[in-house]
Each structure stands twice: as structure tokens, then as C-alpha cells.
Design a protein around this ligand. Structure first.
Ligand code: ADP
Ligand code: MG
Length: 700
């Protein structure tokens, strides 16, 4: 008989009501199950004992056998510390307590053999160990000991209340006693044998009480695999259910708009990646299910043309399409771009933003509702209730990071039945993260830049080299190139940033005076119309230098601009730096990115700058970013569930993740309902997890 693991932790021998409360509040352990899933952070060797004369000054975590011969109290600045002389047959050392001194004096026996464990300090010419873990040698010998003794997660409160690592280990032992160490298998025979995984019971035993290094490794592998497997299973199932439940409009044909454009108006040959992605999108649009696809492609990889051609398929099938961008500048640019690309196609395209005049607005609303308008481009303004489509078939969202899930679903609700949705992002999300967070979206990747691009030369320069940098700018302008100079804009210190920007603008105006040099400036405090005017001057080549805050970060396309100078580059995040750099390198000319910083750089800033100089591969940069910031920061709080992994690590264990995803897909392909007997264990576990909401917090 297998013990019910949902038994409250209070029932475990050795866990009274006080400890149970602490375990609940400090570690979230409510049940036997929770305790068994408290996995060690690391392991230490408890089979090795040191003699005092063997101690090294850099020792961490050592174990020594010896006796306390005397206690003394030493006054110090605040209160006193308790110092014990501890000796073995090779020498003397000191044990030191700053807290809990009364309890120590009362409970520790003099001249009796103890095993002490802790970190040693070299202090006043001898070794000392603050707050050692202590156990009577006699007791110690009765306990399980291992070369890989687990160290469990803990909190300060727990250790202050005496729930030390040793106590947790003891409780864990008790749990294995009460359950006979027998736990239901959670994976299928097929998977176990194909991957040569050890059983659930063996894995749990060896992760808590490793017998050998090898068994520990196998136990960890199996438990990590299982953790990823059930997350993937759940995400994939969600996707399948979504597809079977939510019917999309089947776009059966590829018609005149698409074909005419493809044959006669395509301004360049599509890259293989663009072709592949278009095929994936076409397959989705033609199926009966609603498309829900994420299109990832580095800056400049050519997502716009893919968006346009997808919209043409919608039009070919008698539907309308819309394209939503996060800023006015971007919307205008998309609009101009698409109008130009489509000028021979007899399509009606309009733009709607916050600054659209009321009369124009009314016209747009009307023509949308009566179906005269084919494509609407714009900002958040598209989400307003007044905006009603006759038949919206495809909604495209550019730069998805700026839009929340809620806004996405607002777009969906604009129809009786949700339109197909394509989300485009230029912020590459590491594959592993995308897999765990967006497992419910299908993903297309453009991993190839249009031909003929030269790679961007990136350098890091300190502020004191500014004169050289200015000379370089002059030379580039003399060659007919244009320059971006970008200043940070961080919400909290907006006024200060604004001042930096204005100071910078003034000094640049001095070094690049009229009439030889024309400078544009764009920042968040300007009226949209003024912003647009300045932007347009730069786009048309009337100005040589664009001084800006990060408003220009996303999407802006000025191929003649070949130098990107980023001021206070240490204040930008990696993905932002990468986005900014993507503004240049858009023509056949050699482009440059210059990262300007002061001399004071944190270790993380250095890594960011080095990474930028080393590589321009967006996915590689995203991986470094993930390592520096962790998944929670990258995805925002919404998806912070990814952080709740109990044993696996998104970064270190990505191969296991890939393997788990592969097998989850395989199982569902052959048995979508998990109804085969061979998958009974999987179905049970899945339902169990669903019942106790252990994995559902991954879902936004
Ligand atoms: P992003 O993916 O950053 O949105 P864009 O769609 O703005 O990239 O494309 C960047 C530039 O590359 C544009 O000037 C576009 O016209 C050009 N471009 C896109 N695809 C190709 C291609 N296959 N061959 C040549 N140029 C291309
Ligand atoms: Mg773009």
C-alpha cells in the first residue's frame, strides 16, 4: 500500500504543530508530497573528517571530531560572544556563538566527543568556527551519512528556530520510513525504458540520500526530465485543445492579390527563411483552426514583407486585416511602407493613431464597418471600442513585448469569431524560454538576414575618447552617411535623462554647427506631430544627425544611417542595445555601432558590452541576457511561473527540456487523449497535477 502523499505534514512523526507551521510559511510545505519535492540545492561530503592540524585557511564546510574543554564569554562592542575551546589530539580551535548563547551553555556537554560541522575562519592566529552544527559523536554514528549529504533550501527564520539542515534531513528520513520509500511511478514504461530512466522511487531516494555520484546524477536527470515533461505536456495539450475548439476562418485560396504581388511587385527575392515562414503561415491560415503564431526574427530580417503577404491572403479570401504597432512613428513607417509596396494593387489602406483627426477617424470607422477598407494600420487606437470591423480575418501585432496578453485578447474580441493572430517580435527569446512560456503558441523563426548586409562593426569607447568619435562622425557625414546618437530614457529619472539629452544636444550642436550640419532631435516629451516632422526630415536625408531617446528603438528604417552611437551604454539592457544597433546596417555600406560609457562599469555592464562587441547574433545575445537577468525579469511578472521550477534549470538543463518536449509531443501524437493503458501513469499524474494546481501557474 502506497502512502497518500496528500497527507498534511503535521502527521509526520517529528513534525509538531510548530514545525508544521514554520514549514508551511517558510517553505510552502503543506503535505508529504511537498516535502518530498523539496530538493537539495547542493551536496556536501559528510564522510570526511578533518584533524585540526589539517585545516586550511580557505576551508569551507569541514567536519571535525573533538571535545569542548571550556567556555568563556568575551565582551565586544555590542553584548558579548561565547567562545569555546575545542580540541582533538592534534590541536586547538575555537567555536564562537553570537546568538543563542544560553541554550548552548545549557545543552552542550564539556569533555564529550562531538562532531562539529561548519565553515572555518582564521582569526587571531587560530582557527575558529562560528555557529557550528554540533552532534554527539555517539548520535552521529547512528545516522545515515554520505559523501553527498544534501543541503536543503532554508530561510533565516528556520535556522533561528532550530530547523537546521540536519532537522530537515531527519524529517525526510522519517518520511521515507513511513512510506517505505515507495512512490507511484509517474512516467510510462515506454519512456522509462527508451531513455533508460530510473524509477520514481529510486530517483526520489537517491536525490535525498544519494548512494553514489552516478545514481545521484541519474536521479536528478529523471526528476528534471519529469518536471519539464509535464509542463510541456500541458502546454502542448492546451494548444491542441485551443485548435480543436476555436475554429478559425479557413483561408482556402491564395488569390489574385497575393499572386500578383508575388509575380510583379515583390521588390526583392525572398530569403529562404522568409519563404519557409510564409509557408508555415499559409498552412495555418488554410487549416480549420485559428492561427496563433509568434514570428521571431532579428531586427532587419524582413518581417514586414511577411506580414504584408499574409494580409494579402486574408484579402484574397474576402477578409480585412490589421497591423498594430506600439508607437506612432512605427505605425506611420509601416503605413508608408505598405502603401508604397501595394500602390499597384488597388487596395485601400488607412492609418489610425492617437493623433488622427476626428473627421478622418469617422471616415475610417465607417469604411471599416461597411467593408470598403481592406487594411488598417495603427497604434493602441485600434483597440478602442468604436473601431469595428466588417470581417477582420487577420490581426498582426508588431513588437509584441509592448502589448500585454489582455490587449491581444481585446483584438480577438473584435469579431464574432477570433481572427487569426500573428505576433511579430524582434526581441529574440531564447528557444528554451520560448518553449516553456509560449509553448501554447506556434513559433516561426526568420534566422537569416537579407543578402548583401555587411556585419556592423561594434566598438566600446570611453567618454574621454569623445573627440575621436566626433572626428569619425565628421568623416562619415562627409561620405554622405547619417548618424544616430541615442540617450537613455529610464522612467524613474525622466527629468534627469531629459537634461542629459538636452546637454548632449547642445554640445553636439556646438561641434556640428549650422549651416554645414543639420540635426534632428526626437524625444518622448514632444508632440507627435513635431516628432513626426523631425523624423521625416531625417528619413528624407535633410538632417545628418538624429539625436534621440529610445523612442527610435523599434522598427525605424533609414537605410542611409550607418552609425549608431549609444551614450551611457552601460545603462541599457542587452536586448535594448541589440535593438538599437539594428537601426543601422540596413544598406550595403559598412555600418558602425559605438558604445560610449564612463569608466565606472559593473561586472554585468562589462559582460553586456563585451557581448555586444563580440556578436550580433540575436539569439546568442538573448542567451546571455537570460543568464544575466534570469527568466522572470525577461518575461515580466506575468510569466514568472517559469521561476517556480523545483529542480530543473531553464538555462543549464535546456537539453533535458528539449528532450522532454520531444517526448511529450511523441506521446500526444500517438495518444492525444492519453487513453492507452501504457500511458495510464502519465494520465494519472497529469490529472493529479491539475487537481493540485502544481503546474497551472505557468499559464497566463
Ligand atoms: P524587420 O524584421 O526588422 O521588421 P524589415 O521588414 O523592416 O525588418 O526589413 C528590413 C529591410 O530589409 C527593409 O528595408 C526591407 O525592405 C529589406 N528586406 C526585407 N527582406 C528582404 C529580402 N529578402 N531581400 C532584400 N531586402 C529585404
Ligand atoms: Mg519591423
Amino acid at each position: 500500500m502506497i502512502t497518500n502523499l496528500q497527507t498534511p505534514i503535521d502527521y509526520l512523526k517529528g513534525v509538531g504543530p510548530n514545525r508544521a507551521d514554520l514549514l508551511r510559511t517558510e517553505l510552502g510545505i503543506h503535505t508529504y508530497q511537498d516535502l518530498i519535492n523539496l530538493f537539495p540545492n547542493r551536496y556536501i561530503d559528510r564522510t570526511q573528517y578533518y584533524k585540526i592540524n589539517q585545516l586550511q585557511r580557505n576551508n569551507t564546510d569541514v567536519q571535525v571530531i573533538g571535545k569542548i574543554t571550556e567556555f568563556k564569554e568575551v565582551a565586544q562592542q555590542q553584548g558579548k560572544r561565547l567562545v569555546a575551546t575545542f580540541q582533538d589530539d592534534t590541536g586547538l580551535m575555537e567555536l564562537v556563538w553570537f546568538r543563542g548563547q544560553k541554550w548552548i551553555r545549557e545543552s552542550i556537554k564539556l569533555n564529550t566527543n562531538y562532531v562539529i560541522f561548519g565553515k572555518t575562519n582564521w582569526f587571531n592566529g587560530r582557527f575558529s568556527m562560528p555557529h557550528p552544527e554540533m552532534e554527539l559523536l555517539e548520535e552521529h554514528e547512528k545516522n545515515l551519512r554520505s559523501a553527498m549529504q544534501p543541503v536543503y533550501p532554508s530561510t533565516e527564520k528556520l535556522s533561528n528556530k532550530g530547523i537546521t539542515n540536519r532537522v530537515i534531513s531527519k524529517i525526510m528520513q522519517q518520511l521515507f520510513l513511513e512510506t517505505n520509500g515507495r512512490f507511484s511511478e509517474t512516467l510510462s514504461e515506454n519512456i522509462l525504458s527508451e531513455l533508460k530512466l530510473i524509477s520514481k522511487s529510486d530517483a526520489l531516494f537517491n536525490v535525498h540520500f544519494p548512494k553514489t555520484q552516478e545514481l545521484l546524477a541519474r536521479a536528478q536527470y529523471r526528476l528534471k526530465f519529469e518536471e519539464f515533461f509535464y509542463i510541456q505536456l500541458q502546454l502542448i495539450l492546451k494548444n491542441l485543445i485551443h485548435k480543436s475548439k476555436i475554429k478559425g476562418f479557413p483561408f482556402e485560396k491564395v488569390g489574385t492579390y497575393f499572386n500578383t504581388f508575388f509575380k510583379d511587385h515583390l521588390p526583392f527575392e525572398l530569403t529562404n527563411a522568409q519563404k519557409r515562414v510564409l509557408k508555415e503561415i499559409r498552412a495555418d491560415l488554410g487549416s480549420n483552426a485559428q492561427m496563433n503564431r509568434l514570428l521571431q526574427g532579428d531586427v532587419g530580417s524582413g518581417k514586414t514583407i511577411v506580414a504584408l503577404m499574409s494580409m494579402l491572403i486574408a484579402l484574397d479570401n474576402g477578409f480585412q486585416a490589421c497591423l498594430m504597432a506600439p508607437t506612432e512613428i512605427l505605425s506611420v513607417q509601416h503605413y508608408n511602407n505598405l502603401v508604397e509596396l501595394c500602390n499597384k494593387l488597388n487596395i485601400s489602406i488607412k492609418i489610425l493613431t492617437g493623433s488622427t483627426k476626428t473627421s478622418e477617424r469617422t471616415k475610417i470607422h465607417e469604411s471599416l464597418e461597411n467593408g470598403e477598407l481592406d487594411i488598417l494600420i495603427g497604434t493602441h487606437a485600434l483597440l478602442e471600442n468604436k473601431v469595428k470591423f466588417k470581417n477582420l480575418g487577420l490581426a498582426i501585432i508588431d513588437e509584441q513585448h509592448r502589448f500585454g496578453v489582455e490587449q491581444r485578447s481585446k483584438l480577438w474580441k473584435k469579431n464574432t469569431s477570433p481572427p487569426h493572430v500573428l505576433i511579430m517580435t524582434a526581441t529574440p527569446i531564447p528557444r528554451t524560454l520560448a518553449m516553456s512560456v509560449y509553448g501554447d503558441l506556434d513559433i516561426s523563426i526568420i534566422d537569416e538576414l537579407p543578402p548583401g548586409r555587411k556585419s556592423i562593426k561594434t566598438v566600446h569607447r570611453y567618454d574621454k575618447n569623445r573627440l575621436n568619435v566626433f572626428k569619425f562622425i565628421r568623416d562619415e557625414i562627409a561620405k554622405g552617411r547619417q548618424i544616430y546618437i541615442v540617450y537613455p530614457l529610464i522612467q524613474e529619472s525622466e527629468t534627469m535623462d531629459y537634461k542629459d539629452l538636452m546637454d548632449g544636444y547642445e554640445s553636439i550642436s556646438r561641434d556640428f554647427p549650422l549651416p554645414n550640419y543639420q540635426i534632428s532631435i526626437v524625444h518622448g516629451k514632444m508632440k507627435p506631430a513635431d516628432k513626426d516632422y523631425e523624423m521625416q526630415r531625417f528619413i528624407k536625408g535633410e538632417t545628418n544627425i538624429m539625436v534621440a531617446t529610445t523612442v527610435i528603438e523599434v522598427g525605424v528604417n533609414v537605410p542611409n544611417a550607418s552609425v549608431m552611437i549609444i551614450e551611457s551604454a552601460e545603462r541599457f539592457g542587452l536586448s535594448q542595445l541589440h535593438q538599437l544597433r539594428g537601426r543601422v546596417g540596413r544598406s550595403a555600406e559598412q555600418s558602425y555601432c559605438i558604445l560610449m560609457t564612463s569608466h565606472k562599469l559593473s561586472a554585468d555592464s562589462k559582460t553586456r558590452l563585451e557581448t555586444m562587441v563580440r556578436t550580433s547574433d540575436g539569439f546568442e545575445i538573448a542567451e546571455v541576457d537570460l543568464r544575466l537577468r534570469g527568466p522572470g525579469d525577461i518575461m515580466g511578472t506575468q510569466q514568472s511561473g517559469v521561476l517556480n521550477l523545483k529542480i530543473a534549470d531553464l538555462i543549464k538543463d535546456k537539453d533535458i527540456l528539449q528532450n522532454a518536449r520531444f517526448h511529450a509531443k511523441k506521446v500526444l501524437n500517438s495518444d492525444p487523449m492519453l487513453s492507452n493503458t501504457e500511458n495510464k501513469a502519465i494520465l494519472n499524474t497529469y490529472q493529479e497535477l491539475a487537481k493540485f494546481k502544481n503546474i497551472w501557474n505557468y499559464i497566463s
